[in-house]
Ligand binder design. Structure first.
Ligand code: XIL
Length: 328
């Protein structure tokens, strides 16, 4: 029997299965490009839609790289997730040169969001509007004192959602963060922030679970299903899995690939059972290009569905088997 790709199986099941990718990986690496188009029906720009990439100089917007990514996606019938409008990282040097006053910061943020969202209008069904703003080093709920918070105060958050919504009313708008998949603390603080935004009627439609973790820290399928149900029942939001990587040791001990496969399988099983999580995106195409090695100073590795030689891993087959058993 012909092997059906992950993409075929997911599409048939009404799911979006994707990966983060850099345009250069698509243009310069045919093996990588082949995996992306064969196995995924959506992509996220790993870096090329971040603030510093789109507005490297004040008032000068550069869309050509991101536009090429969108053209590629359109040519191959893939959806694109916008990532990200508000983040404390990937800010251009000019923005950080001196402290900003409130009026100036409001102008800059509004101009950035309006220009970017308008440019991509109608082409991005989902936007990570705000990324990683909860201060998890603080005992209790608090927003990170990032550049926007310092200059504007906490209302920058609801304004960001309003500006994005006004520029493209059809795009679903997300709050996206890490460490939401298990443990109560970060998730609870995130609920608190989202309730604050909802009380102010900010146009927020979804919660993005980045899901950077390791097998021993991953939630059980039941626990994660319960969490996805809370997103719907307590907040009335849809959930997306936005940046999955399941890190293993750099040395790759025996059994780790199978543990990883089971984590991937159980996340997708929970997402499907919840009926509230139609998007499942891994943070990279294959282990050759993962950000994890650099981020963890080489202590962790092998987080994705394809290895450094572009070969499918047990996790890939586990997802295919699950989808096949459910695809009807
Ligand atoms: C990472 C990219 O993968 C790296 O290439 C870049 O150097 C730093 O950013 N959370 C996010 C992503 O929301 O944007 C980050 O991406 C990974 C963590």
């Amino acid at each position: 029997m012909k092997h059906e790709s992950l993409r075929d199986l997911a599409t048939r099941r009404g799911l979006w299965i994707g990966c983060a990718v850099e345009p250069a990986q698509l243009h310069d690496d045919p093996a990588c490009r082949e995996i992306v188009t064969r196995e995924f029906n959506c992509i996220t720009a790993e870096n090329c839609m971040k603030f510093d990439a789109l507005q490297p100089e004040r008032g000068v917007f550069t869309f050509d790289v991101a536009d090429r990514l969108l053209d590629f996606a359109a040519e191959h019938g893939m959806a694109v997730r916008g990532h990200t409008l508000v983040w404390h990282n990937a800010l251009p040097a000019w923005l950080k040169e001196r402290p900003l006053g409130r009026a100036e910061a409001l102008d800059l943020l509004q101009q950035h969001i309006e220009t970017v969202v308008t440019h991509f209008k109608g082409r991005l069904p989902w936007w990570d509007v705000v990324n990683e703003v909860i201060d998890d080093g603080f005992p209790g709920y608090r927003l990170k004192h990032n550049l926007w918070y310092r200059a504007i105060g906490e209302d920058y958050l609801e304004l960001a959602f309003r500006w994005a919504h006004a520029a493209d009313p059809a795009s679903l708008l997300f709050y996206n963060d890490y460490d939401l998949q298990s443990g109560e603390q970060k998730f609870g603080r995130t609920l608190e922030m989202i309730r604050m935004l909802q009380a102010r009627h900010a146009p927020l439609h979804g919660l993005g679970f980045q899901f950077h973790t390791m097998p021993p820290d991953a939630p059980s399928q039941e626990a994660f299903l319960a969490r996805l149900q809370r997103v719907r029942d307590d907040l009335g939001l849809v959930a997306h899995l936005t940046e999955i990587d399941i890190n293993l040791s750099a040395a790759l001990d025996p059994g780790e690939l199978e543990q990883q496969a089971e984590v991937y399988r159980s996340i997708l099983a929970a997402a499907m059972a919840s009926g509230n999580c139609p998007v499942f995106i891994t943070w990279g195409v294959c282990d050759k290009y993962t950000w994890v090695r650099r981020f963890t100073e080489g202590r962790r590795d092998h987080p994705l569905l394809f290895d450094k030689n572009y070969q499918a891993k047990p996790a890939y087959y586990a997802l295919c088997d699950l989808l096949r058993s459910q695809a009807g």
